[in-house]
Design a binder for this molecule. Sequence first.
Ligand code: IPE
Ligand code: IPE
Ligand code: MG
Length: 253
Amino acid sequence: MKSNSQKSVTLDPEKIPAHVAIIMDGNGRWAKKRLMNRVKGHEQGSQTVREIVTACRELGIGTLTLYAFSTENWARPKSEVKALMILLKRFIIGERGLLEKNNIRLNMIGQKERLPADVQKELNTTMDLTSNNTDMVLNLALSYGSRQEITTAVRNIAQKVQSNALGLDDITPDLISDHLYTRSMPDPDLIIRTSGEYRLSNFLMWQAAYSEIYISDTLWPDFSKAELFQILKNFQERDRRFGRVTCSTSNDG
Ligand code: IPE
Ligand code: IPE
Ligand code: MG
């Protein structure tokens, strides 16, 4: 049973992060601990996705990015990749009602063209269906990798320079941001990774420049709304300096 202790955590409504990104890790280990097939862990993990999407929407988080499948995950056994794609399709179809009811717009970042045709079709349908929803963006990172994203951006920019649409001086950090999948979104304020791994695994490496990072030991299928509240509380207590000095340590008054 997941605990339900979020009622004891009081969050400052003024300091709710605009963009939370989660590296949902540990499904395989969750299943292994129970002597089950890894796919069972992914199935249980998709239940957690449902709970966390709803919680983020209630909290007023503007964008929730979920790392669901990396460019490197294609190298997993064929059977696991296939099962993940089936689960993904099931989620995209099954959660249409939830997205509609909660006024959530579905978006994706990553190599859409690499996904199976049926998944692409259902993804497009759900994205079209929810395109006018305004309370939250649920941003799924699917066949996503930062290095691939940045490489594609560099190619596109180089092409524009070659055709004289851009000059070298036009290449700025903002221009690079505008050529990434995340172009219309704020950078993540908070990146959470579950399962106790201390790495980004090719996730939002450009966008994470000043993200706060929180590593939880909980395996993704066990992650809960209660823990999310605790992490947000921890986030709200942090001092985000962005390379500057804080008022409390500055001598300039
Ligand atoms: C995260 O869980 C889900 C995906 C990467 C698709 P894992 O499948 O990586 O679980 P572990 O890390 O093996 O426990
Ligand atoms: C990162 O998890 C990718 C997703 C959560 C989709 P991995 O399990 O693939 O990462 P590594 O292999 O432990 O770095
Ligand atoms: Mg993993």
